[in-house]
Design a protein around this ligand. Structure first.
Ligand SMILES: [Mg+2]
Length: 317
């Protein structure tokens, strides 16, 4: 089993409420012609060296990893095992997992927080010619700028479905004020409006101030695994599922099942990572309402070989 670190460069700095980034490190595991990847993200602050050390101690891809190995190591290892089993069975991963065919499902394209709204208008119009769902990053620190972003996007793409992610960038009071105003501008969904670091407190406050939001509200950073979903259920209409967040393919499927059992919508998302890494989440896309798997489109040096979008913005593996 071969284990290596790769540096992926972004085409331009990506700005969201958590901060700005220009490159990402990913961990690539290969065995017998099959490769799996998992990214390191600033949000989890994990050591690539510790991940390499944990994986280098294994002799066989099906050996167990220590439970305290960094999440990128655990995910790459889990994915490699699944891909090897699917290849042995001679079928795509989605079929090996008995999931619906994800090919041809409409995906969305995300845009970071802009500074120049004129250039943003053109970019949104261009993206909306391919993708019918456009996801806007909000939480700029200036509620007026957030409103301007959605207003410009609506004008630039009058027929697109507009969804947004505040990445916890609003206080509950700001969120309760902004959500109805953004809905009036044509936004249909908002992800993680309030901060995730203080448990349910900001969500309780938001619900008290805005008991019936006019658009669907999703939790992302506030729900890391399936165990977090029931507690969040009274406060949201949807749950964001990411492989790196929940740790393994099985746990992602459990998180989707628990969310569905509680009547929630599901957004399947990814980090900024290569198309090879993202393709694994793509195999689960037949289970999702929103497919936000475009992290590789921010990269200048994506090695390719993974997920692709056609001229209508539909996913193909
Ligand atoms: Mg998010």
């Amino acid at each position: 089993m071969r284990c290596e670190l790769r540096t992926l460069h972004l085409t331009e700095p990506f700005h969201i409420a958590h901060g700005t980034s220009t490159e990402r490190t990913v961990l690539r595991l290969s065995h017998d012609g099959v490769s799996a990847e998992a990214p390191f993200v600033p949000y989890y602050a994990e050591s690539p060296g510790a991940a390499m050390a944990a994986l280098s101690a294994l002799h066989d891809p099906f050996d167990a990893l220590p439970a305290d190995a960094p999440r990128a190591a655990r995910l790459a290892h889990d994915v490699l095992q699944h891909l090897l089993l699917a290849r042995r069975a001679g079928v795509p991963l989605w079929q090996h997992l008995h999931l619906p065919d994800p090919n041809g499902r409409a995906a969305c394209r995300s845009l970071g927080i802009p500074t120049d709204l004129g250039a943003y208008r053109q970019r949104v119009a261009e993206i909306a010619r391919q993708f019918r769902v456009v996801k806007l990053k909000l939480g700029s620190g200036d509620p007026g700028h957030d409103l301007g972003i959605v207003r410009v996007a609506r004008e630039a793409a009058p027929l697109a479905t507009l969804i947004a992610d505040a990445n916890g960038g609003w206080t509950p009071t700001e969120a309760a004020d902004l959500i109805p105003r953004l809905a009036a501008l044509g936004l249909t969904m908002i992800e993680q409006p309030v901060a995730h670091g203080q448990g349910l407190a900001p969500w309780i406050e938001l619900k008290a101030a805005l008991p019936r939001p006019p658009i669907v509200v999703f939790a992302d950073e506030s729900v890391q695994t399936s165990a977090d979903v029931p507690g969040m259920a009274p406060f949201v209409q949807g749950i964001s599922v990411k492989l790196l967040k929940c740790g393994t393919i099985r746990e992602a499927l459990t998180m989707i099942r628990v969310s569905r059992d509680l009547g929630k919508q599901v957004l399947l998302s990814c980090m900024i990572e290569s198309s090879l890494g993202i393709a694994v989440a793509g195999h689960l896309a037949g289970l999702a309402d929103y497919i936000d798997l475009d992290g590789h489109l921010y990269l200048a040096n994506d090695p390719g070989g993974g997920i692709k979008f056609d001229e209508q913005g539909c996913l193909h593996l």
